[in-house]
Design a protein around this ligand. Structure first.
Ligand code: G
Ligand code: G
Ligand code: MN
Ligand code: NA
Length: 249
């Protein structure tokens, strides 16, 4: 309850910020996009990580206004980059309650219209477990796809997926969970199989948790399309992202 009122206050006092983690195209070494990751800078609690407060925000329903703030902040970032002549696709994590919110698609559309954002610059990330109710999820995913945003399945390989649903979903990116990437130097069987599966379903593969040069070299050999992880960059501020972009090519 105490946390709930603190979260409420955090929304009003604008204590949330977004950090962005760059994603790199394996073939060209160019920057493909960035994933937005929320942080709570609480004046009393210090920096609170999302895996602590997102579950609480889910329980209390506050994830709805927080999630809306995230989408709007990403839109502001894309717009301000555009003014500097920069264009970069950005991924947004949704939580389950937000995904099944009745007017999700309309709300996203409203924000994109208000900030004059090309929908294809937005990628929506959901996890496998959020799509357990495959029939319901399919309806929402199709609506999002019709809006023109891209879709990603996050933490792939860790949830309860039926491969049957995956085939039907209009997914653009499969993000291989970092636990598999940490293993690839010893055992690449799972990651190899996920890459093959994704490509057969016309999806692009994103590896998360890429930490070393050895990971990069092996993932290139394995035909993984996009790489994300500490080897390239931690999640960084908007300003640092813009520096990263302009110093990159
Ligand atoms: O940012 P970090 O690296 O600590 O992320 C931890 C977890 O929090 C990840 O699983 C990520 O998906 C989740 N997360 C980060 N930002 C957001 C957000 O804006 N919305 C939701 N729903 N989850 C987020
Ligand atoms: O949304 P998702 O569950 O994919 O969130 C990714 C999480 O992984 C975030 O907490 C992010 O800070 C973290 N992360 C990103 N790159 C790396 C990495 O290279 N190594 C490790 N250990 N964690 C990472
Ligand atoms: Mn993610
Ligand atoms: Na992930």
């Amino acid at each position: 309850l105490e946390v709930e009122s603190a979260l409420r206050k955090a929304i009003e006092q604008e204590e949330f910020i977004l950090h962005y983690q760059p994603q790199i195209e394996t073939k060209t070494g160019r920057i493909h996009g960035a994933e937005a990751l929320i942080r709570w800078e609480s004046p009393t609690r210090g920096l609170v990580p999302p895996n602590v407060f997102i579950p609480l925000a889910e329980e209390t329903g506050l994830i709805i206004p927080i999630g809306e703030w995230v989408i709007e902040e990403v839109a502001r970032t894309i717009r301000s980059m555009k003014k500097q002549g920069l264009e970069l696709p950005i991924s947004i994590n949704l939580s389950i309650r937000q995904f099944y919110q009745r007017d999700l698609v309309e709300r996203i559309e409203m924000i994109l219209t208000r900030y004059d954002i090309d929908p294809s610059l937005i990628t929506i990330e959901i996890t496998e477990s959020m799509a357990m109710d495959a029939a319901k999820a399919l309806v929402i995913l199709k609506e999002l796809k019709a809006l023109g945003v891209k879709l990603a399945i996050d933490d792939f390989g860790t949830g309860y997926s039926s491969l049957n649903y995956l085939k039907q979903f209009p997914i653009d990116y499969l993000k291989i969970d970092q636990s598999f990437i940490f293993d690839i130097l010893d055992d690449r069987a799972i990651t190899d199989s996920i890459i093959l599966l994704g490509h057969r379903l016309n999806m692009s593969l994103v590896a998360e948790g890429v930490e070393t040069k050895a990971h990069v070299e092996l993932l290139r050999e394995m035909n993984c399309d996009i790489l994300q992880g500490y080897y390239f960059s931690k999640p960084i501020s908007k300003e640092a992202l813009i520096d990263f972009l302009t110093s990159f090519d």
